[in-house]
Design a protein around this ligand. Structure first.
Ligand code: ATP
Ligand code: 6CM
Ligand code: CA
Length: 507
């Protein structure tokens, strides 16, 4: 059966479960329509073994397929089943028990249906036991993971929802892990402990950028299959602090200015569903606000790769392997005053992308050459420019042109950065600010909504993986490979893959 050695990437594709391996007696076969043909063709008393496996399809999608082997001898058939069962039991990376959180209100509100119809049957066939919690309010999953969940009982945690739901799981798990290690999450210099439980994402949100950028598609069945085969993909996480107080973690986009404003505006339009981002995106593009401030950053040293590379982070990425955490280096403390480079200016957007942030809206992402697990984030600064130029920059996220090849855009690969909005910078600035704010408090809302008056707000908000941050002055630090996903990174072009399409069986 081609099961000898590691079956993970055999020409049979990944034979991934045994639950559906069944020995069917003649009477059963008669009842099953799909096997009628088999029965008709065969004259002997018949035994069958059905083996399910993963088949690669187009655009990084995976599907479950099955092949049925027939055998005239019941004893031989049982020994096949025994041999396959032994091979599967030897694969320890596959999860047996999962804790699952479903957000019934994410994206198009289809999370519950998607799970019941597409995912639960696969988990059942794969003999994975599940404990399912349908969340009742925001932060339900995070708080349950922080304190109540009996994590020892599980091999992984799965969220059914979007990036916001994933963020809840990340916050719950990281917090719990640091508490168990007696670490202080409020200290930005703490070397955090990596979470041992892997996280699975069944995409059912509006952007689903973490799923898209780690799997290559937003497809619940594909994600379920990556969980079942026990894939593992480490991921960087940024911690965000304000005055030595922990605010949040970020794994994808941390954006001030344009993306912060889009998020703030779109939250008021949640009832629209995913299309809210298009409305708010257009509105904020027309509003064209810029923000003043100072960005200081520590460039990533001794790493391979730059944000302008043509190479992409793909399954088994050598850049991630090379740059992964090295005990002495990653424990290094950066002195508070040593913040490498400083840039002061007027920005339409300040974005930090810890991974590509590829999503259906932008298939190559905000920073196409960013890496999932290299311990760095790409800091993208878009300076004040004309609407026309900003549109050129934005549109380049959706085509093959380089969005960084513009004189008002710069990008740096960093391990830590800080942002200080201009009006927070000094006492004299603060006085000026108070004076200006007096006017703005009266006109603030009007000015946000009526840009024609020419009075722009002084502050934007940070969009942290789709959540709004409460502070503008922040200190951001990358923690290399703090979490792991049930994923393997995007595989090289599926169409060129030797195992794509119908597998060939050698008997
Ligand atoms: N039962 C619930 N009721 C209300 N809100 C919830 C519930 N469960 C989770 N949430 C919150 O809903 C928010 C959005 O959910 P989710 O991320 O699943 O979808 P989305 O925002 O549409 O997608 P995306 O994040 O991909 O743009 C999350 O921030 C989460 O905290
Ligand atoms: C006027 C022409 C505009 C063309 C713009 C195309 C640019 C698209 C880039 C998309 C980058 C998405 C980054 C992902 C961020 C997620 O962590 C976050 C949570 O789901 N989503 C958003 O904030 C939602 C952000 C949606 C932004 C539109
Ligand atoms: Ca990274």
């Amino acid at each position: 059966l081609g099961l000898s050695g590691s079956s993970e990437l055999s020409p049979l594709c990944s034979i991934f479960y045994l639950m559906s391996v069944s020995v069917l007696e003649r009477t059963n076969i008669l009842k099953r329509k799909f096997l009628t043909l088999l029965f008709v063709k065969t004259k002997w008393r018949l035994c069958c073994v059905s083996v399910s496996y993963v088949e690669r399809c187009q655009q990084h999608r995976w599907r479950c397929a099955a092949v049925t082997f027939t055998c005239p001898d019941g004893g031989l058939c049982q020994s096949w089943v025994g041999a396959i069962a032994e091979q599967l039991a030897a694969i320890t990376s596959r999860p047996r028990r999962l804790l699952i959180y479903i957000n019934p209100y994410g994206g198009k509100r289809q999370g519950g249906r998607v799970y019941e119809q597409k995912v639960a049957p696969l988990f059942a066939q794969a003999a994975i036991s599940t404990h399912v919690i349908v969340t009742e309010h925001a932060n339900h999953a995070r708080d349950h993971l922080r304190t109540d969940a009996e994590l020892k009982k599980y091999d992984g945690v799965v969220c059914v929802g979007g990036d916001g739901m994933f963020s809840e799981i990340v916050h719950g798990l990281i917090w719990r892990t640091q508490m168990d290690s007696s670490l202080d999450p409020n200290s930005p210099d703490e070397t955090l402990t990596s979470c041992s439980l892997r996280i699975g994402i069944i995409p059912a949100g509006s952007t689903d950028c973490i799923c898209f950028a780690t799997v290559g598609t937003n497809d619940p069945v594909t994600s379920a299959l990556h969980i079942i085969v026990g894939d593992s993909q480490p991921m960087d996480v940024c911690s965000i602090h304000h005055n030595n107080t922990f605010l949040r973690y970020s794994v994808s986009l941390l954006g001030y200015g344009f993306y912060g404003d889009v998020l703030t505006d779109s939250e008021r339009k949640r009832w629209m569903g995913p299309v809210r981002y298009d409305f708010s995106g257009l509105k904020m593009f027309l509003t064209h606000h810029y923000y003043e401030g100072t960005v200081s950053y520590l460039p990533a040293r001794g790493v391979v790769g730059t944000p302008r590379d043509a190479a992409r982070c793909r399954s088994g990425c050598v850049v991630c392997q090379h740059n992964g955490p090295k005990p002495s280096e990653r424990a290094e403390k950066y002195e508070t005053d040593d913040c490498g480079e400083t840039i002061r200016g007027k920005f339409l957007a300040i974005n930090a992308a810890s991974m590509s942030c590829a999503c259906p809206r932008s298939p190559k992402g905000l920073s196409p050459a960013a890496h999932l697990a290299d311990g760095t984030t790409d800091l993208i600064l878009v300076r004040k420019c004309s609407r026309f130029d900003f549109l050129r920059h934005l549109l380049r996220h959706t085509n093959k042109e380089d969005q960084f090849d513009l004189n008002f855009v710069e990008v740096h690969r960093v391990v830590r950065f800080r942002f200080m909005p201009r009006h927070c910078q000094s006492d004299s600035d603060l006085e000026l600010d108070l004076l200006e704010n007096g006017k703005r408090q009266i006109f603030g809302q009007i000015c946000r909504d009526h840009p024609a008056c020419g009075c722009a707000p002084a502050y934007s908000s940070w969009n942290c993986d789709g959540e709004i941050l409460t502070h503008t002055a922040i200190d951001v630090r990358v923690h290399c490979r703090l979490i792991k996903l049930f994923a393997r990174g995007i595989e090289e072009s599926c169409d060129a893959h030797p195992y794509r399409g119908k597998p060939k069986f050698v008997f």
